[in-house]
Design a protein around this ligand. Sequence first.
Ligand code: HEC
Length: 127
Amino acid sequence: MNRVLSTASVAAFLLSATCVLSAEPKLSSRALMQSKIEHSREVLAGLCVEDFGRIAANARSLTQITEEQWIGVESEQYRMHLKNFRFATAELERLANEKNMDGASLAYLQMTMSCIDCHKHLRRREK
Ligand code: HEC
């Protein structure tokens, strides 16, 4: 009986461990990458048609993606890029809410540069 119980609890433990593991953020998951691209495209579209709600909502989603999913790469440089990115998306959201077209456009450019910079950094690390 004890043996059955302990087998069951080991199985339960393994199962929950697997659940925890699969709930871990997957940096390279296709869906995540696609959503970064999608949201930044939506921001650009919002800027083109001066739809501030669309800009703010997608900027917020981009900030949330970084908050929820981008852990695991631990280097000072990476954290700096991440900080720059979050600053830009937060600014983008704030300025869109203020209906500041020029400011939001600038924050969009800043954000885009930080996408490129972080990836440049990641590629260099691999070499
Ligand atoms: C702070 C760092 C950082 C920033 C900023 C960043 N990314 Fe990423 N990005 C990553 C990491 C980490 C990966 C995963 C790399 C991997 O899986 O090899 C990734 C992967 C990607 C990929 C998939 C590349 C592939 O291998 O297919 C795309 C596309 C992408 N990011 C788009 C963006 C876009 C668009 C932005 C800006 C809106 C952005 N990223 C900003 C860190 C960043």
